[in-house]
Design a protein around this ligand. Structure first.
Ligand code: FNR
Length: 389
């Protein structure tokens, strides 16, 4: 893969195209993880280690991937995870991805630190996005964002709890992504100059380049130093479960707590009023050395015991991965990097095409396992030796 006339199909294909299209510091920001990227790699490799049962002669003429997530009907049990800065990957990227997700019949979650403000994203597609919240020290800003999301029609809030501080991401340091002094500035200028298609699409036609949900609070993305100062001063490391209870009181819609990796935290989330939890290690971008998410899914699903919905993200790259997660007790999955690569590579249409590949692969895998409905996928159909705890 890699020439202009080959059709991208898999996540890996879109990744390669994204690498060609984006300035290096933006590609690495998406593609990288924290530390030595051990957890990032393990999320993917543990999913690949799990083996599926092949069953035959079972009448699989009626396979369907349809389901519901947070009460919404979906074409498959998958949502687009919140990914910051998407409007820097493609012109007005969050709006394009939201339209793509909508066309494919799955939810799109828009990030606190997106480029397009939540109302622009909501206006771009027939179904409003889910809204992702990071807790900021200034609760006035938080409340204003929640009100704006609710006015834009968002019905699900994704509260991300695994970022009291930002993980150490060395690729970003090397690229001068945040700061880096004069050398960092020169390196970025060089990378920008070598990507003319990106410059035309995003650099010139993708403005304004600011954090739409934080307009007036933090300056544009062209000043990433100011963004770093904002994160260091505003992301609140003192957050506890009682803060979620306050958000719960203010937010009338569904609440999904994203970033739990053990049974106790999942129970605390439920006790704070969550309607669901996302088993996530932020795509291996926070603690390096933490377990893979798929290895922790069974214990979390068992603790939640169907009292709330359980989702999994981090490492999902194919429709077969989604089948594995559902069989191990997930109501659905979120994907982060896969849609970011597809958006960077081919815009809205890239997102639609990738999602269709994932959906068809899910249906195909289910048929070859002898299963027509998602509810019939069970842990006993998998071999998870050496992966799940
Ligand atoms: C993220 N993630 C993330 N999560 C969140 O709650 N708010 C955010 O703004 C971001 N930003 C962000 C940027 C980029 C470039 C990536 C790759 C990820 C984490 C994201 O929602 C999700 O948990 C992971 O991406 C899932 O892992 P995979 O699918 O990328 O392996």
């Amino acid at each position: 893969m890699g020439t202009w006339n080959v059709i991208p199909v898999t996540t890996a294909d879109y990744r390669r195209l994204a690498e060609k299209r984006l300035p290096r510091f933006l590609f690495d920001y998406i593609d990288g993880g924290s530390g030595d990227e051990i957890s990032m790699g393990r999320n993917v490799s543990d999913l690949r280690e799990i083996r599926l049962e092949q069953r035959v002669m079972r009448d699989v003429a009626e396979v369907t991937t349809r389901s519901t997530l947070m009460g919404e009907p979906v074409a498959m049990p998958l949502a687009l995870a919140p990914v910051g800065l998407a409007g820097m990957y493609r012109r007005r990227g969050e709006a394009q991805a939201a339209r793509g997700a909508n066309r494919a019949g799955v939810p799109f979650a828009t990030s606190t630190v997106g480029i397009c403000p939540v109302d622009e994203v909501a206006g771009a597609a027939a179904t409003p996005p889910w809204f992702q919240l990071y807790m900021l020290r200034d609760r006035g800003i938080v409340h204003a964002m929640l009100d704006r999301a609710s006015q834009a029609g968002c019905t699900t809030l994704v509260f991300t709890v695994d970022l009291p501080v930002t993980g150490k991401r060395y690729r970003d340091d090397r690229n001068g992504m945040l700061g880096g002094g004069l050398r960092g500035k020169l390196a970025k200028a060089w990378q920008l100059a070598s990507r003319p298609r990106w410059l035309w699409d995003v650099g010139i036609h993708g403005k304004p380049h600011d954090f739409g949900n934080l307009r007036g609070v933090v300056s544009g993305v062209n000043d990433l130093n100011a963004f770093k100062t904002f994160i260091d001063s505003q992301f609140d490391p003192s957050v506890t479960w009682s803060d979620i209870e306050q958000v719960r009181k203010r937010w009338k819609g569904k609440l999904l707590v994203k970033g739990v990796m053990c049974a106790e935290d999942a129970i605390s989330a439920l006790n704070s009023g969550a309607d669901g939890v996302v088993v996530s290690n932020h795509g291996g971008r926070q603690i390096d050395g933490v377990a893979s998410t798929i290895s922790k899914l069974p214990v979390v699903a068992e603790a939640v015991d169907r009292r709330a919905e359980v989702y999994l993200d981090s490492g999902i790259r194919s429709g077969t991965d989604v089948v594995k997660a559902v069989a191990l007790g997930a109501n659905g999955v979120l994907i982060g990097r896969p849609w970011a690569y597809a958006l960077a590579a081919r815009g809205e249409q890239g997102v639609v095409d990738l999602l269709e590949v994932l959906r068809l692969e899910m249906a195909n895998t289910m048929a070859l396992m002898g299963v027509n409905r998602l509810q019939d996928l069970k842990p006993g159909m998998l071999e998870t030796r050496g992966v799940c705890t």
